[in-house]
Design a protein around this ligand. Structure first.
Ligand SMILES: Cc1ncc(COP(=O)(O)O)c(C=O)c1O
Length: 235
């Protein structure tokens, strides 16, 4: 069945029975059920819709962003449905599945040096933009766009509704971070709703800029194989 933009979001919140022990209940929001297989569908649908409303995006433009694969696949899929070209700047060494998926959706991939990870991809995307007409290309910049976080308030509201239906008040919210958009948007809504909640962001140990900053440590990004996480910059 061909998926549509309306199929993004409204994912189930399922209890992880094997982790729910000693009266503690653990739930997981099944974001992999979004059409491209990634939570990033929500991010790019919101960013593009808002930029269209603001008159910033024009039909036929090529949308550019940097990604380790999941965001790239989501953007490639949404771009195709909405009639935009898509160019993804992506560090070398990411999974073949995501690269194939991105190309199948008709987007271009520019692979950038592995060593500099997403920072290198960003530099190359910016260099490309400075050499090409701003009329034709738009850099969505998921790492810095406040529209990224904004995309996630709606998911936070879904979680509140799903928990309320079961009379559950959560003690913790745990979410891994790449750009941090998913964590910060959902955490904001949950904190507004549940005064006692603790929100915990997970970083990859090989790339933990926030941990380093808080603990006054030198930050060194090292490579890791957790796609989408540990972006290796402070953003
Ligand atoms: C599997 C996975 N989890 C989490 C994240 C982090 O999302 P965010 O960039 O909103 O922090 C990503 C980012 O691409 C991802 O691919």
């Amino acid at each position: 069945m061909e998926m549509e933009l309306e199929d993004i979001g409204n994912t189930p919140l399922l209890e992880l029975a094997t982790l729910s022990v000693n009266g503690n209940r653990v739930f997981s929001k099944c974001e992999y059920l979004n059409p491209s297989g990634s939570h990033k569908d929500r991010t790019y649908l919101n960013i593009i819709n808002k930029l269209e409303k603001a008159g910033v995006l024009k039909p036929g433009m090529t949308l550019i962003d940097c990604s380790t694969g999941n965001g790239g696949a989501a953007l490639a899929w949404i771009g195709r449905l909405k009639g935009y070209g898509v160019k993804i700047f992506m560090p070398e060494g990411m999974t073949e599945e995501r690269k194939t998926q991105i190309r199948t959706y008709g987007a271009d991939i520019v692979e950038t040096p592995k060593e500099s990870f997403l920072t290198g991809a960003v530099l190359q995307a910016k260099a490309y933009l400075s050499e090409n007409s701003s009329e034709e290309f738009y850099y969505l910049d998921q790492s810095n766009s406040l529209l990224n976080k904004d995309s996630w308030r709606c998911c936070g509201k879904e979680i509140v509704k799903q928990l309320s239906a079961q009379n559950i008040v959560p003690d913790f919210f745990v979410c891994s971070i790449g750009t941090g958009g998913t964590f910060s948007g959902i955490a904001e809504v949950l904190k507004q709703t549940y005064s006692g909640i603790k929100t915990i962001a997970l970083e990859v140990s090989n790339s933990a800029p926030l941990f380093a900053q808080r603990n006054n440590l030198a930050f060194n990004h090292r490579s890791h194989n957790l796609m989408g996480l540990g972006a290796g910059s402070f953003n």
